[in-house]
Design a protein around this ligand. Structure first.
Ligand code: E4P
Length: 214
């Protein structure tokens, strides 16, 4: 399973990129709004640093508007993936983008059937939202597992992005349940480093080194 970072914050992207573990970036309108920046300028900055997929979401709700916006976004850099919502118009736009060779990430997926439809429309990626399902008392991980099983059974090539990741166990479980990618907030990526035995081990090694016999 690969790691994407789920943010529009340049410092967070630069930091995670410097660790050598980031294969892509996902943004959404809420993440971009928090930054108070020009979306296009930020996408240029991100795509000049990150080689992998950079998801940029359209705001229009009608297929025509999504296609127009998506083409503008895709023109920013070859690694832009146009993110579209899971709606009938979203799938219409997805099919149109697929015909033109523009990559898409169908977002806000909360059921296996939505994932299946998105894949059939030609989505490069489907994004089931784990955390938001957990929030309402459903099992987000169960959805990842079902989509994965379905895609393997039917030889579907769309990649599954485990999204709305809230904590490290989501990452482990997403990998075990067949997600191709986990898109993680910076906070979760930081949490993944943490283990008390690693920290204690570094401290003990340093102490021993500093007290070595000379
Ligand atoms: C994914 O592409 C979304 O940007 C994201 O994972 C949403 O996460 P949230 O539910 O924490 O807002």
């Amino acid at each position: 399973m690969k790691f994407f970072i789920d943010t529009a914050n340049m410092d967070e992207i630069k930091e995670a990129h410097s660790w050598g573990i980031i294969d892509g970036v996902t943004t959404n309108p809420s993440l971009v709004a928090k930054e108070g920046i020009s979306f296009h300028d930020r996408l240029k900055e991100i795509t000049s640093l990150v080689d992998g997929s950079v998801s940029a979401e359209v705001i229009s709700l009608d297929a025509e508007g999504m296609i127009r916006e998506g083409k503008e976004l895709a023109a920013i850099a070859p690694n832009i993936t146009v993110k579209v919502p899971m709606t009938p118009d979203g799938l219409k736009a997805t099919a149109a983008f697929a015909k033109e060779g523009i990559k898409t990430n169908v977002t806000l997926i909360f059921s296996a059937n939505q994932a299946l439809m998105a894949a059939r429309a030609g989505a490069s990626y489907v994004s089931p939202f784990l955390g938001r399902l957990d929030d309402i008392g459903h099992d987000g991980m169960d959805l990842i597992s079902t989509i994965s099983e379905m895609f393997i059974m039917h030889d579907i090539k769309s990649e599954i992005i485990a999204a709305s990741i809230r904590h490290p166990m989501h990452v482990t479980q997403a990998a075990l349940n067949g997600a191709h990618i986990a898109t993680c907030p910076s906070k979760v990526l930081h949490q993944l480093f943490k283990h008390p035995l690693t920290e204690a081990g570094i401290e003990a090694f340093l102490n021993d080194w500093n007290n070595r016999k000379s």
